[in-house]
Design a protein around this ligand. Structure first.
Ligand code: NAD
Length: 411
């Protein structure tokens, strides 16, 4: 499989993926999820099936197939992430998952990170928008409408870390001292931050392509290149080079147009710390973000909090080149609410909405968004979204799903 496809080949690959779902009964593997997974998966599946039925009558239907990961997998197979699960995600090219318990002291650092890395799902897409009626800590949460692309495979998340006082850290420290004259305190742990041209380009290319496909006006490369010049700074430089080499017909860098892009997409870069200020002060100025792994982790949660949507923000992990994808609720397993039919299924439902859009099933996706907008604005919400609202009725997970399916049937 060729990696780092140029723009035209990427567009062809995306078309091919969509065509592969232009079928009546695609199989979609799902992980129910630990903790509140037992509450939010069944609720979400009802909403998905209802939207597909409304959009396509009986012509299309998803064949859901459960795959195991997390505590449920460990209890059944003694493995946190069975190979079979990865194989099925790989074979069907798509999947969706609820939250997973992170094993404490187990042989796997994070199941989520393992799924992303093993399937090379290089882009983490987090769409961030406000739903009218949701309580937010900011004055104008509706100003946030941002698609954030976070690089998913590199940076300090690549797991290249050595522990203080280990033989490996001593040996690396000695090498760094003898070869480069670097002096690192003896009692240090050391982590490596690889940022490659290949991974940076394919992530930024996917974000630029998304901006073009969705008629967005601007894209910001968010980085910390003023300090980390050869990693974060290089990410920025490779991004600008890509705009020139592959997207010059549709996008232009700020410096090349004095901030006046005409009808092209305006590409600029923002230093990560300044970005965290700017999204509070003028979030309406950002449409699409392309950023490195750690910056993306911080920025996506900051933006989710800003729209009051930390419990309902969806996510997708996507390799646009080979088409593979796994969509996921972005919150955790909320153990204290598990099995109580109480938790909000919104994050998983909106992850499904992203999945349908990715498959080209836009009619089903639109119905899901419309039904969510209606229930939330009318105050038919789960406990977390009812807090702070005087006009809301608190619904269980299953009743929230029922409210959405009733909306869908009524549209
Ligand atoms: P958490 O997201 O489970 O809970 C944080 C808070 O948010 C809690 O107060 C919880 O009640 C609330 N909350 C979360 N989801 C909610 C929902 N859908 N509806 C209503 N309220 C909700 O985070 P945590 O407590 O730090 O982690 C618990 C477990 O989940 C840990 O094992 C952690 O490693 C894991 N985790 C998994 C993922 C994932 O699978 N993507 C993400 C984060 C944490």
């Amino acid at each position: 499989m060729k990696e780092n496809l140029k723009r035209d080949d990427l567009i062809a690959a995306i078309d091919e993926t969509r065509t592969s779902f232009d079928t009546d009964n695609p199989v979609v593997p799902f992980i129910e999820g630990d903790g509140i997974g037992v509450d939010i998966w069944p609720a979400s599946q009802k909403v998905f099936d209802s939207a597909v039925k409304k959009a396509y009558s009986d012509q299309r239907k998803i064949e859901w197939t459960e795959v195991l990961a997390g505590q449920k997998a460990f209890d059944a197979t003694d493995e946190w992430l069975p190979n079979k699960t990865l194989e099925l995600f790989d074979n069907y090219g798509i999947g969706i998952k609820g939250p997973l318990t992170t094993p404490v002291g187990g042989g796997i650092r994070s199941i989520n990170v393992a799924i992303r890395q093993k399937l090379d799902l290089y882009a983490c897409l987090r769409p961030l928008r406000w739903f009218s009626g949701i309580e937010s800590p900011t004055k104008n949460p509706g100003d946030v409408d941002i698609a954030l692309f976070r690089e998913n495979t590199e940076d300090v998340y690549s797991g290249k870390e050595l522990e203080m006082n280990s033989d490996e850290v001593r040996s690396l420290n000695a090498f760094l001292n003898s070869e480069f004259g670097w002096e690192i305190r003896e009692d240090s742990g050391i982590g490596i931050k690889p940022i490659s041209k290949t991974a940076s380009e394919r992530l930024i290319r996917a974000a630029l392509n998304y901006a073009v496909e969705n008629n967005k006006k601007n894209l910001a490369i968010v980085h910390k290149g003023n300090i980390m010049k050869f990693t974060e700074g290089a990410f920025r430089a490779w991004g600008y080079e890509l705009v020139k080499s592959e997207f010059s017909d549709v996008a232009v860098a700020w410096d090349d147009c004095n901030g006046d892009p005409g009808d092209k997409i305006l590409v600029q870069d923002v230093i990560a710390d300044a970005f965290l200020q700017q999204i509070l002060i003028k979030p309406q100025e950002f449409d699409v973000i392309a950023t490195t792994n750690l910056n993306g982790d911080y920025a996506s949660d900051a933006l989710a909090a800003q729209i009051g949507g930390i419990g309902i923000s969806p996510g997708g992990n996507i390799n646009y080149e080979n088409g593979k994808s796994v969509f996921e609720a972005t919150h955790g397993t909320a153990p204290k609410h598990a099995g109580k039919d109480k938790a909000n299924p919104g994050s998983l439902i909106l992850s499904g909405e992203m999945m349908f859009r990715y498959m080209g099933w836009n009619e089903a996706a639109d119905l899901i968004v419309k039904s969510m907008e209606k229930s939330i604005s009318e105050g038919n919400v789960t406990y977390d979204l009812a807090r702070g609202r005087t006009d809301a009725t608190t619904l269980s997970s299953s009743d929230f799903a029922k409210s959405l399916t009733e909306n869908i049937e009524g549209f």
